[in-house]
Write a protein of this length. Structure first.
Length: 116
């Protein structure tokens, strides 16, 4: 079966996990070994609940960050401004300290490292 890529988006791991789970459910759990391995990997690396990640994704879009930057932020869930600054490599400029603090506070309020 041939597939055609209609769109490409950088998405956080949690969103990919949710999409693969829906796909697996649609197939009655009868998925390829590759899909099973990717799902297992995503279960181990996702640091925050999928619904919270989707909400944070929409909030971070308001800061006019690139999709890839938002996806990296939500995959890594930085805890400090310095960690967050290192994820700004695809941006034309590093946002000011106030904006970075807002992002860190938003992440800390809605997504703890222990939550899955």
């Amino acid at each position: 079966m041939a597939y055609e890529v209609l769109e490409f988006h950088d998405i956080p791991y949690a969103v990919a996990k949710k999409l693969l789970e829906k796909y697996a459910q649609k197939l009655g759990g009868n998925v390829s070994e590759l899909v099973r391995i990717v799902m297992e990997y995503l279960n181990n690396v996702v640091k925050c609940n999928e619904d919270v990640i989707e909400e944070l994704y929409n909030k971070l879009r308001k800061y006019e960050l690139k999709e890839i930057t938002i996806a990296m932020i939500l995959n890594i869930v930085p805890q400090t401004i310095d960690e967050l600054k290192t994820l700004m490599v695809f941006e034309e400029r590093i946002p000011d300290e106030d904006m970075l603090k807002e992002i860190i506070n938003m992440i800390n309020e809605q997504c703890s490292q222990k939550e899955k």
